[in-house]
Design a protein around this ligand. Structure first.
Ligand code: ADP
Ligand code: ADP
Length: 233
């Protein structure tokens, strides 16, 4: 079943009198359990595409279906609820709250949907354990390595049990070894049936996914499925 689907998706940016077509007629269906790598040169439309999948920005034309529901024209507040419920975000620079414990960083998305405090703490601890940080729950980001901070961010992205995980260059700020450890964690989540979409510039990272999309000049120029290489350190 499709977690998210785009139909003839277009995004245009108005630059003075010029119109820049950042996405040109993108038709993609991402199914439950897929691990998708999004590739392409700088300026090819990867971030714009991810912003569309994440319901962070509204398309110029075309359609987006999230869990079968047309979200293209939903009001901003409804869209924000859909995002919180269905989508987990992971960033290159982790985007954790400083001077806030790992546990409280992971609790945060559950404050927005009024999860009772005790339940939120339990779920946050479970997610930190899942990413291998069960013994670091009281540490603040500054007391953690880059790889550990990214694990906290992944726990935060998982805590509402989203249908879709979106990661923008999640290994971009990490050394090769630590990046591989993060890819191992993504592969573990993939084996557990999670649906992931990850942007990367590195072909070596894209190999760990089960499907590779390539953008060029706003168009989807390649869409291939492959047996994922195994991330090993
Ligand atoms: P990538 O992530 O592959 O580097 P982007 O999606 O960021 O590509 O950008 C695609 C094109 O759209 C580029 O030409 C970029 O300059 C332009 N673009 C992206 N965001 C904006 C924006 N907010 N306003 C104007 N142009 C934008
Ligand atoms: P990436 O590193 O993923 O390629 P970019 O550096 O292209 O990201 O873009 C970073 C942010 O700036 C994105 O949110 C994008 O939408 C925005 N952006 C990119 N190009 C432009 C532009 N020409 N004008 C305004 N915003 C832009």
């Amino acid at each position: 079943a499709a977690v998210i689907q785009t139909k003839a998706l277009e995004k245009h940016y108005q630059m003075g009198s010029e119109t820049l077509r950042a996405l040109k007629g993108i038709d993609v269906q991402i199914n439950t359990g897929e691990f998708v790598a999004v590739m392409g040169p700088s300026g090819s439309g990867k971030s714009t595409f991810m912003n569309m999948l994440g319901c962070l920005d509204i398309p110029t034309c075309g359609q987006i279906l999230l869990q079968g529901e047309d979200v293209t024209h939903l009001p901003a507040a409804t869209l924000a609820q859909m995002r919180n419920k269905y989508i987990g975000f992971i960033f290159q620079q982790f985007n954790l709250l400083p001077r806030t414990s790992a546990l409280d960083n992971v609790v945060l998305p559950m404050l927005y949907n009024n999860t009772p405090r005790q339940q939120a703490l339990t779920q946050a601890r479970e997610c930190l354990e899942l990413v291998g940080l069960g013994s670091r729950t009281t540490h603040q980001p500054s007391q953690l390595s880059g790889g550990q901070q990214q694990r906290v961010a992944i726990a935060r992205a998982l805590v509402n049990q989203p249908a879709l995980l979106l990661a923008d260059e999640p290994t971009g700020a990490l050394d090769t070894e630590t990046g591989l450890e993060i890819m191992q964690l993504f592969q573990q989540l993939h084996r557990q049936g999670k649906t992931l979409v990850l942007v990367t510039h590195e072909p070596d990272i894209a190999e760990f996914a089960s499907r590779q999309l390539v953008f060029r000049d706003g168009k989807l120029v390649s869409d291939k499925r492959s047996t994922p290489a195994c991330a090993q350190t």
